[in-house]
Design a protein around this ligand. Structure first.
Ligand code: URA
Length: 237
């Protein structure tokens, strides 16, 4: 196929007033060691401050396959759901082409808040920093523990770093290989946005084909190993 394709109350705000969570300066409140119960109150990094809301993963509670992207985009930030914008539409096409049903996948992001920079009236995506990926591993670990997928598809290098808990990994070294981490199978592929936005059609088409192939492989591995017990691992134990 051709690809054409209430601000949370601040911690410590005892009046219950909406607050930007600013300390005495303009800097947003950050509590790196915080163990928040909900995304709404997460202050483990600064990204909460400029996002509309945290965007949790979505999908069946015990899906055999977890798809991990980078971070919510503009539309996801507004709607509070992952992959509902252009990259999500491409992902839907790829899932369909790979023969993987939505019921078999839980979709989430390595980083749960939209990181952006203004350009005119638009909010332009900014790649999350390593410290933000690490801060958000808290949430990914919770999702991994409760969904207990057998296969994880890491879409893009941010996802791969988060899933492998390895900051120096390169996507190019992992593409086309089946990795193992924490008792789970990891399949690495391009991020759907790359298949949308690469400058030339040939690159877009081959990235899309690679995403379809990775999803198909994940589906086959999940089907093959269906009888195996789900792996429940608490990465912070
Ligand atoms: N890109 C991502 O990585 N995640 C989304 O949810 C949307 C776009």
């Amino acid at each position: 196929m051709r690809v054409s394709h209430s601000r949370p109350p601040a911690i410590g705000d005892d009046k219950g007033e909406p607050s930007k969570g600013h300390a005495s300066s303009d800097a947003p409140v950050i509590e790196r060691d915080q163990q928040p119960a909900t995304l709404d109150v997460c202050r483990r990094c600064a990204l909460w401050h400029d996002a509309t809301q945290g965007v949790p993963g979505a999908g069946p509670k015990h899906a055999p396959i977890m798809l991990v992207g980078e971070q919510p985009g503009d539309q996801e930030d507004r709607e509070g759901k992952p992959f509902v914008g252009p990259a999500g539409r491409l992902l839907d096409d790829a899932l369909q082409e790979a023969g993987v049903g939505r019921k078999d996948v839980y979709i989430t992001n390595a980083v749960k808040h939209f990181k952006w920079t203004p350009r005119g009236k638009r909010r332009m995506h900014k790649t999350p920093a390593q410290r933000e990926i690490e801060a958000c591993e808290y949430w990914l670990a919770k999702e991994l523990e409760s969904v207990a997928p057998h296969v994880i598809v890491a879409m893009g290098v941010t996802a791969l770093k988060a899933v492998l808990e390895e900051k120096s990994v390169r996507l190019g070294d992992a593409l086309g290989k089946t990795l193992e981490h924490g008792g789970r199978v990891i399949v690495a592929t391009y991020h759907p946005s790359f298949a949308l936005r690469a400058p030339d059609a040939e690159t877009r088409d081959s990235a899309y084909a690679a995403i379809v192939a990775a999803l198909r492989q994940a589906g086959e591995i999940a089907a093959r190993d269906r009888k195996r017990k789900p792996t429940r691992i608490n990465r912070h134990a």
